[in-house]
Design a protein around this ligand. Structure first.
Ligand code: PHE
Length: 436
């Protein structure tokens, strides 16, 4: 008898579940987004809005997702339907966002893999030359296949196993790189840029909305990932588990900055944002240093481990939905979902190549990040917080998060009132950003 015949798949243990969730949370967002946002939004002072945002808004939404998943015992669409029939469509929207975010996230994942290999083989390639070649397409296929194979192997044998191996590897490499980076000559200047607190920035609302946006993306909440992962969980204190995941995610993001800025400043380079920081500035910094190939290979291997486990979690959302709502086998659902997502991602994959696919003068990859990773994620988060917070029985949420004492009441109030409000504010701020 296969695992599937025996009923719903399950994590092998709470540790397995936590590692898989950390795998989802810790991703490209921790490494190329968080450090730069900190550096340009008040340095060390940014940690105040970030902590507030993680504990007051991110954590409650994560617990809500776990609670919906565990109490309904099924994935997004079926879970929403069981809360109220008419919400299936809302569930479908959440699944679509997960798939769309994955379609471009996979592109960046594939670049990371390519760079890891280039450095390991002592053949670094300049970003322009790389994107002008066929390599992006080849690595896109390889990364897509890796994600596909992992999810196809199932919750325990695939997702959990990969996370159990890759998360410790990631942490060890990261710690090693932190020690190395902090002993470089530019460490002090790098850390000054990164963490020198500028408390006056806390009066600026955009610093706060930056913290909110980063929180939801980095904790992987608002896309049904944690809901789906929660549906494979049997027991355990959700508050404790969610706290461990959120704190680990934050620590890894902070440590990533301690690697990046000392290296960038040691090489005498200007810190940049996003694509440029990871694929242009940092590689240039590696080329400047002794044994740079080794450190470059380690850095990109670490980043690939982070990206792969996040991509896997996004694919699990549509796959689980197809299995639970259409009765597909895992093999069939995985093939269908990854096939569709990879086709959707092709334009993004090609947008930085010689074809230069653009819309309104913006490369499709950047446009996807804005439309799906920013706006889509917030809208999906709103859907989850409203459907779960307002239409699921309060007693049912309480039961999942450990009873109905005052602490749980506070969390339910946060879920119902504060999380949707903050998501709305973040949505407005993001919409204005493109107008302004
Ligand atoms: N948290 C991941 C990162 O930081 C991205 C992600 C978002 C993964 C939403 C799953 C769901 O890169």
């Amino acid at each position: 008898m296969t695992e599937e015949d025996m009923g719903r798949e399950r994590w092998s243990s709470t540790v397995g579940f936590i590692l898989a969730s950390i795998g989802s949370a810790v991703g490209i967002g921790n490494v190329w987004r968080f450090p730069y946002i900190v550096g340009t939004n008040g340095g060390g002072a940014f940690l105040i809005p970030y902590l507030v945002s993680v504990f007051l808004f991110g954590l409650p939404l994560m617990m809500l997702e776990f609670a919906i998943g565990r109490s309904t015992g099924t994935s997004v669409v079926a879970a929403f339907r069981s809360i109220q029939g008419r919400f299936s469509v809302a569930g479908l929207a959440v699944v679509a966002v997960a798939g769309l975010v994955l379609s471009y996230y996979l592109v960046i994942t594939s670049w990371v893999l390519a760079y890891a290999l280039f450095f390991a083989l002592n053949r670094p390639m300049e970003f322009g030359a790389f994107t002008g070649s066929y390599f992006p397409l080849i690595f896109y296929l390889i990364s897509g296949t890796a994600v596909f194979l992992t999810v196809r192997s199932g919750v325990r044998e695939g997702i959990e196993r990969v996370s159990r191996i890759l998360i410790p590897v990631l942490v060890v490499i990261l710690l090693f790189l932190v020690v190395f980076a902090l002993t470089r000559s530019g460490a002090a200047a790098g850390i000054a840029f990164y963490l020198s607190p500028d408390y006056s920035r806390l009066a600026d609302p955009t610093v706060w909305t930056a913290a909110f946006g980063q929180t939801f993306f980095s904790l992987s909440v608002g896309m049904g990932v944690m809901l789906t992962y929660g549906s494979y969980l049997e027991r355990g204190d959700l508050f404790q588990n969610a706290s461990v995941i959120a704190v680990t995610d934050m620590l890894i993001a902070i440590l990533a900055g301690l690697v990046i800025f000392p290296l960038v400043f040691t090489a005498g380079l200007d810190p940049a944002a996003g694509v440029n920081l990871t694929f242009i500035t940092l590689p240039a910094a590696f080329l400047e240093m002794r044994s740079g190939m080794l450190f470059g290979a380690l850095f990109f291997t670490m980043l690939f481990a982070a990206a792969l486990t996040s991509a896997v979690s996004m694919l699990e959302v549509p796959v689980a939905a197809m299995m639970d709502s259409c009765g597909y086998s895992r093999k069939r659902a995985t093939l269908l979902a990854s096939g569709i997502i990879m086709l959707f991602g092709l334009p993004s994959a090609l947008s930085y190549t010689a074809l230069e696919l653009e819309l309104f003068g913006t490369p499709l990859l950047d446009l996807s990040d804005y439309l799906f990773g920013t706006i889509g994620l917030i809208v999906a988060g709103l859907i989850i917080s409203i459907v779960g917070g307002w239409y699921m029985d309060r007693s049912r949420i309480c039961a999942e998060i450990g009873g109905c004492r005052w602490q749980q009441r506070v969390y339910v109030a946060l879920i119902r009132y504060c999380v949707p409000t903050v998501l709305l504010i973040t949505l407005l701020a993001s919409l204005l950003r493109i107008g302004g």
